[in-house]
Design a protein around this ligand. Structure first.
Ligand code: SF4
Ligand code: SF4
Length: 172
């Protein structure tokens, strides 16, 4: 069997001449590329201090909407969950009790409403399916986190907060 060294490409071992030792052509070529890029418009921005404008069709975090009197619009009909291709929405319906008309617009409401942002693909089908204009997608995205449970958005995070209420949804 032929030895590996016999098949190796011969290496040019002649000593370098003066110009080759200076590496000047290579240095000038590199400097020219650097200078060319110094005067070009930067491709990057200082995120998060600077942010790029979203595309007009961008779809981000969902919001659960209220009506003009501050009542929850969602009637827990479940159409958004059925339309959701990622099965990211879970909810539990409840009956409105007498005296709760100022809280919920219809006889039924969502006692629990959750969206798993790790499953959501922000397709917007939930918004399209909703007959009550109760859910829509906004121009923001879920803040990053190392904890998976931080991406489960409950009703308290999705619903537009009443004055004084807290939410983790920056657009709500
Ligand atoms: S945007 Fe799409 S994937 Fe996300 S919750 Fe709505 S229907 Fe599901
Ligand atoms: S958000 Fe709209 S579609 Fe979804 S359960 Fe509520 S009312 Fe129905």
């Amino acid at each position: 069997m032929q030895a590996l060294t016999d098949r190796a490409v011969p290496v040019d071992r002649r000593p370098l001449n003066f110009w080759e030792k200076m590496y000047l052509p290579g240095i000038f070529r590199g400097m020219a590329i650097t200078l060319k890029h110094i005067f070009r418009k930067k491709a990057t921005i200082n995120y998060p201090e600077e942010k790029r404008a979203f595309s007009p069709v961008f779809r981000g975090l969902q919001i659960l909407n209220r009506d003009e009197e501050g009542r929850e619009r969602c009637t827990a009909c479940g159409l958004c969950a059925v339309a959701c291709p990622a099965e990211a929405i879970t909810m539990e319906a409840a009956e409105r009790k007498p005296g709760e008309e100022h809280l919920y617009r219809e006889e039924k409401y969502a006692a629990k409403y959750e969206i798993n942002m790790l499953r959501c693909i922000f397709c917007g089908f939930c918004e399209e399916a909703c007959p009550k204009d109760a859910i829509y997608l906004t121009e923001t995205f879920a803040p990053s986190s190392f904890e998976r449970e931080h991406f489960i958005y409950g009703k308290e995070d999705l619903l537009i907060p009443l004055p004084g209420e807290e939410t983790k949804n920056p657009q709500a």
